[in-house]
Write a new protein. Structure first.
Length: 441
């Protein structure tokens, strides 16, 4: 059990504000680094990995094989949620977050060293799969802790949506940095990017890990967890307990993410394969468009988190799911016009419906779980969506396009995901503005 200094339990208002600020900054920067690592893999998969690790496959088959390894990271995320959720509810949020950052960073750095098919044959793809699995475990444990680190330092009940939107802000930041890194090194002459340039952004992740560790080590454990220790309310097997006590909340948390997560990876990962193969636009054009979309998310995610504090978490979320279901058709119609201007517009706007859900999502899910099981429950529910939504989405999109040769078939899939999310959100209890302190612990 983590030792807690008794002097930490009674902070002045000013000290509390300082710790809240540090917690939000540490969570945001930490998630930015973790998502940089995760999205870097996503971006390079659609551009490079099929050529380097499956060179003898048909281009479509090679893309499917590359995205299958990509999906392994999503299958691993619930495993990470279970492992780190257990320790997050047992030894604390802070120590667990340091471990997830180390695991993710080292696995990403190792990707830079993986030999290609030309050097090691199929073993290159095997090593890549193992590292992607480790990435998934790391990011699977990251989200719950980073959200709770911010939320559990908040004293006011009417600002949790806004406060917990900042760890979510790490997603567009990570997306921006990953695409920027690939764009920068893709300017290398000839085939140098394909030969070795793609490795440099992965290697740089080790420096980012150092920055993240320095920041996270300076944050105190959250008041909620310290109170749980003081009151001797720590569960021995939190994962088992939350599955027994709150299975409905876990399932609904996963299903409500269908409209958020599946389209997101179509808009930010599948678009590179679709854009270069079906639309015949350049890699750099797509990278710049996704970069611009990520910049727009810098503003929209905190805004929609704040708006959820005003109109309610479930209301904001359902609006976002409905807009996403409609936007899928608009998105592919704009892409299929072939107009560079309209393609750029479609990609830039694609993350706004997503952000309507992603801004309030952290608070919506975390508030549903009791304090002593919150890391385990929120992480597990959140990451189970990776198995049914995020991981399969590029594979399903690739398969649908190969069968129907039309983006509209993929838009129907997005609509299906939106319908599931609306139904799940409607059944989720809304704790907006309510105290989630000791009586829920």
């Amino acid at each position: 059990m983590a030792a807690i200094d008794a002097s930490d339990l009674n902070l002045t208002e000013q000290q509390h504000r300082v710790q809240l600020r540090r917690a939000v900054i540490a969570s945001t920067i930490g998630t930015t680094i973790e998502w940089y690592d995760f999205f870097l893999y996503s971006t390079v998969t659609g551009l490079v990995f099929a050529k380097l690790f499956f060179p003898h496959s048909d281009p479509l088959v090679g893309t499917l094989e590359a995205f299958t390894i990509y999906a392994v990271g999503f299958a691993a995320r619930p495993v990470g949620a279970a492992i780190f959720g257990h320790y997050g509810d047992r030894i604390g949020r802070k120590a667990t977050l340091i471990a997830t950052l180390m695991l993710m960073g080292l696995a990403t750095f190792a990707v830079a060293l993986v030999p290609t098919y030309e050097t090691a044959g199929i073993w290159g793809a095997v090593i890549l799969t193992v590292l992607r699995f480790l990435q998934g475990i790391g990011v699977g444990g990251e989200w719950g802790g980073s959200v709770l680190m911010s939320m559990e330092w908040a004293r006011t009940n009417d600002s949790r949506g806004f406060i917990t939107s900042w760890p979510q802000f790490g997603v567009p930041c990570g997306l921006f940095l990953a695409n920027l890194a690939v764009l920068a090194f893709s300017q290398m002459s000839g085939d140098q990017f394909l030969a070795w340039g793609w490795r440099i952004p992965f290697a740089l992740s080790i420096a980012l890990v150092g920055v993240g560790l320095y920041i996270r080590l300076g944050v105190l454990e959250t008041p909620t967890f310290r109170r749980l220790i003081e009151e001797r309310k720590i569960e021995r097997t939190p994962i088992i307990e939350v599955i027994k006590r709150q299975p409905k909340e876990i399932l609904l948390s996963a299903l409500l993410r269908m409209a958020e997560q599946a389209p997101f990876y179509i808009f930010t990962a599948f678009i590179f394969a679709y854009g270069t193969a079906a639309l015949n636009v350049s890699r750099d054009f797509l990278l710049v468009a996704v970069l611009t979309a990520a910049v727009l998310s810098f503003f929209s995610i905190p805004y929609f988190g704040h708006l959820s504090d005003r109109i309610g978490r479930t209301n904001m979320y359902m609006i976002g799911a409905i807009v996403t279901g409609i936007f899928g058709f608009i998105y592919f119609w704009l892409l299929d016009t072939g107009s560079p201007t309209l393609i750029f517009l479609a990609i830039v706007l694609s993350l706004v419906p997503h952000d309507m859900m992603y801004g309030p999502q952290a608070a919506l899910i975390a508030e549903a779980f009791t304090g002593r099981l919150r890391y385990s429950g929120a992480s597990l529910g959140y990451q189970l969506a990776s198995v049914i939504a995020g991981g399969p989405a590029p594979l399903i999109a690739t398969w649908l396009y190969s069968r129907h040769h039309s983006g509209m078939a993929i838009a129907v899939y997005i609509l299906f995901c939106a319908i599931l999310s609306v139904a799940a959100t409607a059944m989720m209890h809304d704790y907006t503005g309510k105290d989630i302190g000791s009586e829920y612990a």
